[in-house]
Design a protein around this ligand. Structure first.
Ligand SMILES: Nc1nc2c(c(=O)[nH]1)N[C@H]1C(S)=C(S)[C@@H](COP(=O)(O)O)O[C@H]1N2
Ligand SMILES: [Mo]
Length: 545
């Protein structure tokens, strides 16, 4: 194999793969974005990868983990395509087999995604067919005749005939006939062939790009942002009390008391954001209930709504991490909906199921204990942003998102913990996930170099639905000092705290810990986020000038 064969073969392979993916994207504009092979295979990967790897991805890429996965999958695919292409230049069947194999992978992945219909197979199948066409076309330009001196093209020698002498080529060493793997290499194509080939590659990539970007564009046109923009939220029957003055200390590095929607962390398994048409949306409350009910979006808007400030947190939030945000939510009280459905006595779990098949399980008792658990339709005065669950999602004060905060929710099924494990449970996370008391130092940051003298140390602390009683700060090994707590809207939100530090020059370690309203102080023992939330005290090392 020579470099010409490698270069041209790799190009042919990647170009064919690009056409396959691009045309599949175009088809997926009609069959739904989750049927596109990259997204479908990526989705399978998300569901199958072992937990530590997923946590690693979240740690490294944070909220960009999905892009990282798609790019990674794409790069991997391009690599395989290049290798297959190199081999397939000489042995075309390798190319067709490779395309068939990847086409099959995409098809199976798309068909097995939750809620997929048979049409989900189309993008991968058509993509594979067009990829095969592109491969054939480019290969024929490059290798118009049978492979130069190709022994493969020769008819097998009749038995008894003496072995043929090595075939002589004009240049290069003699080659052995019938050596499939060690056969002659592709000679550098001549000027005319080369030009036609490169034009072919350009055309192929152009078509792939048109298909890919065109498909994505058509896909977003089928999105629900217009429908969302057309929603007018009703005024709540029970409005939130105004956020008390001083709840926000308004310090540069400190997270604002209310997190703007665009800054709100986003965590979910959805590689493409589900686009759920509010006109067609329905919520089914069913299972172990006396009166199953089905609600439309209009039904929700017509019900008495509550508006509350609630801090949402992710169980994957590391000590000191930012997978937490506070918003003003508008929604229908879940207790009312459950009351109407009439859960059977043994229905101890409410399973939320989203439009893309994700599930979470919440204790029924928690939803009925008087807290402001709601089916939310509004966030900070707007209809729910599409990434945060439009048209409706669940919000439960005091529980981590993975056991409660179902976005794009289409079903609430009353069942029993003994009968059903929600999405994260078989993946090693605890079936119940009350939020642990935590605190974070937002300022100063490790890279800041404050001047000696008074320095404001500040951050947030949270123990949703229990409330925070005290926050303390420690400098190096010295005694813990009480911080000042800002007022909060309720015990369901985080609280900002601050402490005035008389900083002395040199390196110092600042540490924070919170005590919730039950009197329990957060444990200092560091424990990982799995299975039910990290513990430990957040600390920051700062150098004082
Ligand atoms: N449909 C769906 N809802 C979901 C998830 C998901 O993967 N799919 N993830 C949950 C998790 S783990 C968290 S922490 C919250 C995050 O909500 P946010 O993205 O609006 O901040 O959503 C929850 N709801
Ligand atoms: Mo989460």
């Amino acid at each position: 194999m020579n470099t010409a064969q490698s270069r041209y073969g790799a190009l042919v392979g990647i170009a064919a793969a690009a056409v396959a993916i691009g045309s599949a994207e175009l088809v997926a504009a009609a069959t739904g974005p989750r049927s596109a092979p990259l997204v479908a295979v990526g989705g399978v990967v998300v569901d199958l990868v072992p937990e530590p790897l997923k946590q690693f991805a979240i740690d490294v890429f944070g909220v960009h983990d999905k892009i990282a996965l798609l790019v990674g999958t794409g790069v991997l695919l391009a690599g395989c395509a290049a290798l297959i292409g190199i081999r397939a230049l000489r042995v075309p069947v390798v190319g067709y087999l490779g395309i068939a194999l990847f086409g099959l992978l995409g098809t199976v992945a798309a068909l097995t995604r939750p809620g997929a219909g048979v049409a989900a197979a189309l993008p991968s199948l058509l993509g594979a067919a067009l990829g095969a066409g592109a491969f054939r076309w480019l290969r024929v330009i490059l290798v118009p005749r049978p492979w130069p001196d190709a022994p493969l093209a020769q008819t097998p020698a009749a038995p008894g005939t003496p072995p043929e002498p090595p075939v002589e080529r004009k240049e290069g060493p003699p080659v052995q006939p019938n050596a499939i793997t060690r056969g002659p290499s592709l000679p550098e194509p001549g000027g005319e062939e080369r030009r036609r080939f490169l034009t072919g590659v350009a055309v192929t990539f152009g078509a792939a790009a048109v298909g890919g970007f065109g498909g994505r564009w058509l896909g977003t046109r089928r999105g629900v942002s217009d429908a969302r923009a057309a929603v007018t939220l009703p005024t709540p029957a029970s409005p939130a009390a105004p956020v008390p003055a001083g709840a926000d200390l308004d310090l540069t590095q400190l997270a604002p008391y209310t997190t703007p929607n665009r800054q709100f962390y986003r965590i979910d398994t959805a590689l493409v954001v589900p686009q759920v048409d509010p006109g067609k949306w329905k919520l089914r409350i069913h299972g172990r209930v006396r009166n199953p009910i089905t609600l439309t979006y209009a039904d929700l808007l017509a019900r008495p709504l509550i508006e509350r400030d609630i801090t949402l947190a992710c169980v994957s939030n590391e000590v000191g991490g930012d997978l937490i945000g506070n918003a003003r939510w508008l929604g229908v009280p879940l207790a009312d909906l459950l009351e109407q459905a009439g859960p059977l006595d043994d229905a101890d779990q409410v399973v939320g199921r989203s439009a893309d098949g994700w599930t979470c399980g919440t204790p029924t008792s928690v939803l009925r204990d008087g807290r402001d658990a709601m089916l939310a339709i509004g966030m900070n005065g707007e209809p729910l942003p599409v990434e945060h669950g439009f048209p409706a999602r669940v919000v439960v004060p005091g529980l981590y998102g993975y056991v409660s905060a179902c976005k794009w929710v289409v079903e609430l099924e009353l069942t029993r913990f003994a009968d059903f494990d929600a999405y994260w449970v078989p993946r090693g996370w605890a079936p119940e996930g009350p939020i642990k008391t935590q605190s974070r130092i937002d300022t100063p940051r490790p890279r800041n170099r404050p001047a000696a003298g008074p320095v404001t140390v500040a951050g947030v602390a949270w123990a949703q639905h229990r409330g925070i009683k005290q926050v303390e700060v420690q400098v190096d090994g010295e005694p813990w000092q009480p911080a000042t707590l800002a007022p909060t809207a309720s015990i369901d939100t985080w609280v900002q705290w601050s402490w005035r530090w008389e900083a002395t020059p040199g390196e110092h370690t600042l540490r924070v810990r919170a005590t919730d309203a039950t009197g329990a102080t957060q444990p200092g023992e560091p424990r990982p986020v799995a299975p039910d939330g990290a513990t430990g005290w957040h600390s920051v090392r700062v150098t004082v000038r």
